[in-house]
Design a protein around this ligand. Structure first.
Ligand code: IMO
Ligand code: MG
Length: 415
């Protein structure tokens, strides 16, 4: 089982970082395959909180971090996160595909300008230059990592980019300095990954964002600019689909969304505040308060379907403790019809009336009590927490093999 893919099933922030860290423990490589520094993946080891935007969070386990072709790379972040790994005693040179595109300051500036132009229809992007970097890639004027090694053509290409956008922001000296630091990292990642997979080496592919933010399969236009679903692993890394033995879906025990766009099960006012505070739902990358709501089964069914998920890792179950009643949206009513699997189409979702079941909650537990539960395993969970997990499994027709409580690594219950 050499290839394991980790895919977010909601609107991002499902806790992929923690799950990737856990699953990367005996892997040789962990690979980011889409997106850029818009991701915010956190790993909490003992009392230190490590935040990754560009390198895969799984690399905190010692697996070599890789950045594949389909990403848009923020070089400053790479350099900073190499230092972050050093701070926990991990000295590695990441492997970066020659073909990956670079995010330049001009892209961040354009992201900002575009959001302002959209005015009331702003997406609420992370301002990390993601959309503009991917659009330059599609226009075939984007700059690939490989160009960092060829200064003369790099200058020409940057000139073209600046002329096209009628903005000049790039500081060549800065770029060349960064390139020097990363020279050893630039490689034909596709060849390395395929060779290693031939040798039976375990590789984890760490998805960023979530299925509902996929540019094709998500709530367009309120999405990110990459494919976040399973196919991106293959197109980005240049590996075939048979290389992946496990497709792991990561979902939070409730729903969150940061940025604009439709959200059928969104909570307002007191209930929202309570869930947001308990879950500490503030963006890792931007610090924005996240919108919060109950679990949305019709959308999750869609996410599971399009990724052909094998099993689920459920995160932040502990956050639901202390709610007297917990709701789960099991289906929608749209124009008088019952919808069980919902395509994330904005027009349709705007009309969706969520239909809920209500489950009894369980009381709040101290960290010590949770630690004890983690030690003892599934049977030690409060009965109503078990009932919640089993209800979700039944509704999704998928097994939840891993339940994560709290932010700290090691706080997981396996079934
Ligand atoms: P992780 O990997 C949550 C959201 C932004 C915005 C939309 C487009 O931590 O789950 P972009 O900057 O990508 O053009 O913004 O996508 N978004 C995320 N939301 N988690 C993320 O990453 C996200 N990355 C982008 O808030 O709504
Ligand atoms: Mg995040």
């Amino acid at each position: 089982m050499p290839g394991i893919a980790i895919i977010g099933l909601q609107w991002g922030d499902e806790g992929k970082g923690k799950i990737s860290y856990l699953l990367s423990k005996n892997a040789k490589y962990v690979v980011r395959f889409q997106g850029g520094a818009n991701a915010g993946h956190t790993v909490v080891i003992d009392d230190s909180e490590l935040r990754f935007n560009m390198l895969p969070a799984g690399s905190a386990s010692g697996a070599t971090p890789c950045i594949a072709s389909g990403t848009v790379v923020d070089l400053n972040e790479v350099v900073e996160e190499i230092e972050l790994l050093k701070s926990i005693g991990i000295r590695v040179q990441p492997l970066i595909s020659k073909n990956a595109n670079i995010v330049l300051p001009i892209h961040k500036q354009l992201d900002e300008i575009l959001e302002k132009m959209r005015s009331r229809e702003a997406i609420g992007t992370t301002r990390r230059g993601i959309g503009p970097a991917y659009s330059d890639k599609a226009l075939r004027i984007g700059i690939r990592i490989e160009e960092l090694l060829h200064h003369a053509s790099l200058i020409n290409k940057i000139e073209l980019l600046q002329n096209f956008h009628k903005l000049s922001l790039e500081n060549m000296d800065e770029l060349i300095k960064l390139a020097e630091k990363l020279r050893e990292s630039i490689c034909d990642l596709e060849i390395i990954l395929n060779d290693e997979l031939d040798n039976g080496v375990k590789i984890v592919f760490e998805g960023a964002q979530g299925t509902l933010l996929d540019i094709d399969q998500g709530t367009y236009p309120y999405v990110t600019s990459s494919n976040t679903t399973i196919g991106a692993v293959f197109t980005s890394c240049g590996i075939g689909p048979r290389r992946i033995s496990d497709i792991v879906g990561v979902m939070k025990a409730y729903t969150t969304r940061v940025g604009a766009g439709v959200f059928p099960t969104e909570l307002k006012r007191d209930e929202a505040d309570m869930l947001r505070e308990r879950g500490r739902e503030y963006g890792t990358t931007t610090g924005r308060p996240r919108r919060v709501g109950w679990l949305d089964i019709p959308l999750l069914r869609y996410s599971i379907m399009v990724n052909d998920i094998d099993w689920i890792a459920l995160t932040k179950l502990d956050v639901l403790s202390g709610f007297r009643k917990i709701k789960i949206c099991t289906e929608y009513e749209i124009n008088g019809k019952i919808v069980k699997i919902a395509p994330p189409n904005v027009r349709m979702l705007e009309k969706a009336q969520p239909l809920y079941v209500e489950l009894d909650g369980w009381s709040r537990l101290s960290e010590e009590e949770w630690k004890n539960i983690v030690m003892k395993g599934w049977d030690a969970l409060p009965e109503n927490a078990k009932a919640y997990v089993e209800t979700v499994e039944k509704l999704l027709n998928k097994s939840i093999k891993l339940i994560s409580v709290g932010a700290k690594a090691g706080m997981e219950v396996t079934k």
